[in-house]
Design a protein around this ligand. Structure first.
Ligand SMILES: Cc1cc2nc3c(=O)[nH]c(=O)nc-3n(C[C@H](O)[C@H](O)[C@H](O)COP(=O)(O)OP(=O)(O)OC[C@H]3O[C@@H](n4cnc5c(N)ncnc54)[C@H](O)[C@@H]3O)c2cc1C
Length: 367
């Protein structure tokens, strides 16, 4: 027994230490507490594009409820959510078209990563329109939609059956009584918290998406762990924690720590190790040879600054490197370690062994 009481209803701050909960049946309850934790999450939002809202587009919520395979699905946004749905729907049998105004998919990743993911989707038959703007939408998603796009100054029209929009998520801060309690928000609308997850109001804390934490379940869960530690007298901070992520396409894309773009923009010197996944013997056994691994290593200390795997079991492989990073191990620890053959994690050893062996492995020193 945890001693937790679960009350189902809509909560709202009534002051700095009071929350009112209204149940579905309209019953009200007033709760008082020394500490209040806000974890209301975020929700999808629809861009202000003429006709888009009226076309009743799907967000990920409706897309996850679909009980048919759309004949032709247009996805607006080439970020994580869009890409996962695109590959899944294409494999279910939809014709899928993706549209994004950026120059590449996954724009926060390094250009070689974006290119590899874009190629994967195109090889599977997904049509990807980049540097493309949706100008107007006519019709109704689920029936017929006509989407007017502009690419390189040229207008084009796409006829489809469904639209899924994945471009924006907004924090759930409306109507939860932040003003009544005097809780401040950031210019982007997230609850303002310090590195200990405290708001400006003593006793009110916020965690997860609504607090502007990177939008991952594991990050929200770690916020909660920090909150528990801090509310019971600890002094845990969100500063400098490693937050990994995994994009669940096939094969997976997983990253922890710095990528090249971030290292360069921060002026951090690094050694780059990059290797095709096909070098990993496990990938030859399973015939899952698509992708690559790369790692950034500090020039002076040899510590691992960042790791990315695009390949089978990438999420699991990344966790191995993440633990080495947390322990502050140099990359050579992998060279010396005996790692089970044939596993995908064995590839980390090959990646770092490359300075002794690999001609197929790229090594660069970035000054
Ligand atoms: C399509 C999609 C795929 C994703 N895939 C992954 C993934 O693979 N891995 C990953 O790590 N992350 C993934 N995420 C992100 C992840 O879901 C979120 O980052 C995570 O759920 C955030 O946790 P949270 O506790 O902050 O908010 P939530 O999980 O959104 O929980 C907030 C809860 O608060 C409730 N609530 C809101 N307002 C009130 C109120 N006034 N009163 C009472 N209750 C309220 C909501 O109903 C909800 O239950 C994905 C997100 C999307 C949209």
């Amino acid at each position: 027994m945890t001693g937790v009481e679960l009350i189902t209803g809509t909560g709202r701050l009534m002051g700095s230490n009071e929350v009112e909960v209204i149940s579905k049946e309209g019953e009200k309850r007033l709760l008082r507490g020394k500490n209040i934790l806000i974890g209301t999450g975020s929700r999808p939002a629809i861009d202000d594009i003429p006709g888009l809202r009226e076309s009743n587009p799907m967000t990920h919520i409706e897309a996850l409820e679909l009980d048919i395979v759309p004949e032709h699905l247009v996805i607006i946004g080439c970020g994580y959510v869009g890409l996962e749905f695109a590959q899944a729907m294409q494999r279910f049998g939809s014709k899928v078209t993706m549209i994004d105004h950026g120059e590449r998919v996954l724009k926060k990743e390094d250009p070689d990563v974006s290119a590899a993911i874009g190629e994967l989707l195109q090889d599977e038959g997904v049509e990807v329109f980049l540097k493309t703007f949706v100008k107007e939408v006519l019709g109704e998603s689920g029936k017929t939609v006509t989407i007017q796009i502009e690419k390189n100054g040229q207008s084009e029209t796409i006829q489809a059956t469904h639209i899924l929009t994945t471009t924006k998520r907004l924090p759930n801060t409306d109507g939860i009584g932040l003003e009544a309690a005097g809780v401040e928000i950031t210019s982007d609308g997230y609850i303002q918290v310090n590195e200990h997850l405290q708001t400006n109001v003593p006793g009110i804390w916020a965690v997860g998406d609504v607090a502007g934490t990177p939008k991952f379940t594991h990050a929200a869960f770690n916020d909660f762990q920090l909150f528990v530690a801090n509310v019971t007298g600890g002094n845990k901070s969100t500063k400098d924690r490693l937050i990994p992520y995994c994009l669940f396409i096939d094969p997976e894309l997983a990253r922890v720590g710095l990528n090249e773009t971030e290292a360069r923009s921060k002026g951090i010197k690094y050694r780059l190790f990059k290797m095709p996944i096909a070098i990993v013997l496990r990938s030859r056994a399973t015939m899952e040879k698509r992708g690559f691994m790369k790692a950034l290593v500090a020039k002076d200390s040899g510590k691992i600054l960042g790791f990315l795997s695009f390949g089978a079991s990438a999420g699991e492989v990344m966790a191995v490197v993440q633990m080495a990073m947390i322990a502050g191990l140099p990359y050579k620890a992998f060279v010396d370690a005996v790692i089970t053959h044939p596993t995908m994690a064995e590839g980390i050893k090959f990646l770092f062994l490359s300075e002794l062996t690999g001609s197929e492995v790229k090594q660069e020193i970035i000054n």
